[in-house]
Structure formats: structure tokens, C-alpha cells
Design a protein around this ligand. Structure first.
Ligand SMILES: Nc1nc2c(ncn2[C@@H]2O[C@H](COP(=O)(O)OP(=O)(O)OP(=O)(O)O)[C@@H](O)[C@H]2O)c(=O)[nH]1
Length: 362
């Protein structure tokens, strides 16, 4: 998967975590308000007030997220609040010593909101704190006393749930990574020509659209070169399709060697290739095309000690002569047709030199 897609994937995941977090915060508010009111009515005023304080913290965290849209702070805030609430519930016992039961919510939540490593550390800390409270009820902050039976069952089930959540989260992450790897390789395959390894037409259309937007935004000119191998059918017919394939591969390699790092060649389809030349004027594009034509002519495509008659024709066009990508490609195609019509193994439009008059200008 390319970097942009990967970032999008992560961003989407972050957005869904945020949505779940907002939902959880609202659910926590309802629970806290309900239990706090009930405790107040049953005369457990201290418990009701503490829960009211946690209610306030959840509200502050939620409102601060709505104002700042800072997801990371919202997540950390929520973890601190929930962690603090559980510490309080385990130490105080909550109502009728049922406080620790809320801890069962913690393992899935903590893995969902953090990473596997941080989640494991937080859970281990949580279990260690529970053990501390169970083992040392005389500590000053411990207000509850739990039956040994309850301690044993609670600790075992909690440990089981934590390990189970860890295993589930590990396999979820593995499946997610595998999915991302597959998506990346499919994306790559969908944009690449299998024979030459060059970007394919679909990929080039996206690149052209991007380059055109850049041109419209900041006036950066670009040119395209549309290349066609001459009499390619004859090569196929005379030497076979496999040899034709080898010629296409060898030409693609030669073209890549001649292009600059910033030039973007692609296989446009069949025996046609297109090079997108960013920040390149028509004259510069013509110079590159002429060099490529010359190199192909000189290269010597050999099959069974026989030199194959390989040459190219190309139509060149610059965005400064067009008002859209469609028009640019149509013009390049027309120029390619002219190059073919005027004898092949040539570039169109022709560069005017003291000895040649360009047909384009005549
Ligand atoms: N070996 C091979 N041949 C291909 C491939 N794609 C297209 N071709 C062949 O390319 C040939 C193109 O032939 P034409 O369109 O008649 O053009 P041409 O023979 O190159 O003649 P001009 O373009 O007029 O110079 C056809 O025979 C196609 O079968 C490919 O991937 N491999």
C-alpha cells in the first residue's frame, strides 16, 4: 500500500476509535449519573459525591475534545479517568463490595484504546493493584474487605479475561496487518504493467491528473511523449510473440535508463509507451525524445545473433499548448500519427534546425 493509503487507513481507524470513545463517554455519563443518584438516595453520600466527581471529569474530557478535536488527549484523558475510577472502586469496594466487578470492562477497553504493549502494562498494573488491595486490607487507602473466595474467583476470572483479550487483540492486529499487506500488493499490481514492471495506463492517468492540478495551482509546466514501436506486428509475426515481449521489456529498460529520476515513463498499452515529463518545456521534451529515438536505433536488439529491426516514433506535446489532459493526449497522439505518416523512426513535431524546417511550422 502506498504511503498515502496507509495514512488514510490509520486516519480512518483513529476516527472510528474517536466515535467509539464518544459513545463510551456518553454511556459512562449515564451509568455514573444513575449510580451516583441511587447511592445518594441510599445514604451513601461519599460514594455518590466521588462518582459525581468522575462524572464531571468525563464531561470535561468530552467537552475539551469537542473544542480542540485532539483525539490523543481525549484518549489519554479517558484512560486516566477510567483507571482512576477502577482504582477507587477496588479500594473502596463501591456499593456492597461490587466495585471490582467493573474491572471486567477494562481489558477490552484498554486494548482498544492503546497498543498491545501499553495495554498489557496497564492491565498488569491494574491486576497488581487489585492484588495489593486484596492482600493488604490494612493499607490506609483500602476501605473494603473482600472475602477470600471472592478474591480468588475475581482474580482468576480477571486474569483469564486479560489473557483472552490479549490473544484476541494479537490475532486482530495480525489479521489487520495481513489485510493491509494484501491491499498494498493488490494496489501495486493494479497500477503496474506485469510485463515491463512500469506503471500502467491507469496509474499514469492519475499521475497526469495530479500533474495537471499542480500546473493549475502553481503554473509548473510539463510535457508528454507518446511513443510507439514501429512495425511491431512484423516483429511478432517474424520472430514470435515471446520475442516481441522481450523487445518490449528491453525497450522499457532502455527508456528508464535514459529518463531522469523525475521523469515518469509508463506502458500506455500494447506497444505504446508514454513519458510524463514534469517541469519540462516542449523543446526539452523533444530533445529527450530525439535522444531516446537515437539510442533505440543504436541499441541493437539481438535475437539468436540476429539484429531485430526496432525503432520508435513519438508524438510530443506540452501542456502550454493545451487546455486539458484530454487535449494534451489528443495532440500527442496526433503528433505521433504525423511521425508515423512521415516515415516512422522520427519525433513529431520536428525541431527546427538550420538544416531542417519543422513540418509543424510549415
Ligand atoms: N509480443 C507482444 N505484442 C504485443 C503486445 N501488445 C500488443 N502487441 C502487438 O503489437 C502489434 C501492434 O501492431 P499494429 O498496431 O498493427 O502496429 P505496428 O505493427 O507497430 O505498426 P505501426 O504502429 O504502424 O508502426 C500487434 O501485433 C499486437 O499484437 C504485447 O504485450 N506483447
Amino acid at each position: 500500500m502506498n504511503r498515502r493509503k496507509h495514512l488514510n487507513f490509520n486516519a480512518n481507524e483513529e476516527v472510528s476509535v474517536s466515535r467509539v470513545l464518544t459513545g463510551l463517554s456518553l454511556a459512562a455519563l449515564i451509568c455514573l449519573a444513575g449510580i451516583s443518584i441511587k447511592s445518594w438516595q441510599s445514604g451513601h453520600h461519599r460514594h455518590a459525591i466521588v462518582l459525581g466527581l468522575f462524572f464531571g471529569l468525563v464531561v470535561v474530557n468530552l467537552v475539551s475534545y469537542w473544542i480542540t478535536r485532539n483525539r490523543a488527549r481525549n484518549k489519554t484523558g479517558m484512560l486516566f479517568i477510567v483507571g482512576g475510577l477502577f482504582v477507587y472502586l477496588v479500594a473502596s469496594g463501591g456499593e456492597s463490595n461490587t466495585g471490582p466487578l467493573w474491572l471486567y470492562v477494562f481489558p477490552p477497553l484498554v486494548f482498544y484504546l492503546t497498543s498491545l504493549r501499553i495495554g498489557t502494562i496497564l492491565l498488569a498494573a491494574c491486576l497488581a493493584f487489585t492484588l495489593l488491595v486484596f492482600q493488604f486490607p490494612q493499607l490506609p487507602f483500602v476501605l473494603a474487605h473482600y472475602e477470600t473466595n471472592f478474591q480468588l474467583r475475581f482474580f482468576t476470572t480477571m486474569l483469564f479475561e486479560s489473557v483472552f483479550c490479549f490473544v484476541l487483540e494479537t490475532s486482530r492486529l495480525n489479521a489487520r496487518n495481513e489485510l493491509m499487506r494484501l491491499a498494498a500488493s493488490h494496489e501495486q499490481a493494479a497500477r503496474t504493467d506485469a510485463l515491463t514492471g512500469l506503471p500502467n495506463r491507469r496509474d499514469m492517468q492519475l499521475q497526469l491528473a495530479n500533474e495537471f492540478s499542480r500546473y493549475q495551482r502553481s503554473g509548473h509546466h510539463f510535457s508528454v511523449v507518446l511513443i510507439d514501436l514501429d512495425h511491431f506486428k512484423q516483429i511478432n509475426d517474424t520472430y514470435g510473440h515471446d520475442v516481441g515481449d522481450l523487445v518490449l521489456q528491453a525497450f522499457a529498460e532502455l527508456m528508464q535508463n535514459i529518463c531522469r529520476q523525475s521523469d515518469r515513463p509508463c506502458r500506455w498499452g500494447g506497444e505504446e509507451f508514454l513519458i510524463l515529463l514534469p517541469d519540462t518545456s516542449l523543446l526539452q521534451a523533444l530533445t529527450l525524445s530525439e535522444r531516446l529515438r537515437y539510442e533505440v536505433e543504436q541499441h541493437g536488439f539481438i535475437h539468436k545473433s540476429q539484429r531485430l529491426p526496432v525503432s520508435i516514433s513519438a508524438g510530443v506535446c506540452s501542456i502550454s499548448q493545451s487546455d486539458s489532459i484530454d487535449h494534451l493526449l489528443r495532440q500527442a497522439d496526433k503528433n505521433l500519427y504525423d511521425a508515423k505518416e512521415s516515415g516512422r523512426n522520427r519525433i513529431s513535431p520536428r525541431v527546427r534546425t538550420p538544416s531542417t524546417r519543422s513540418p509543424a511550422s510549415s
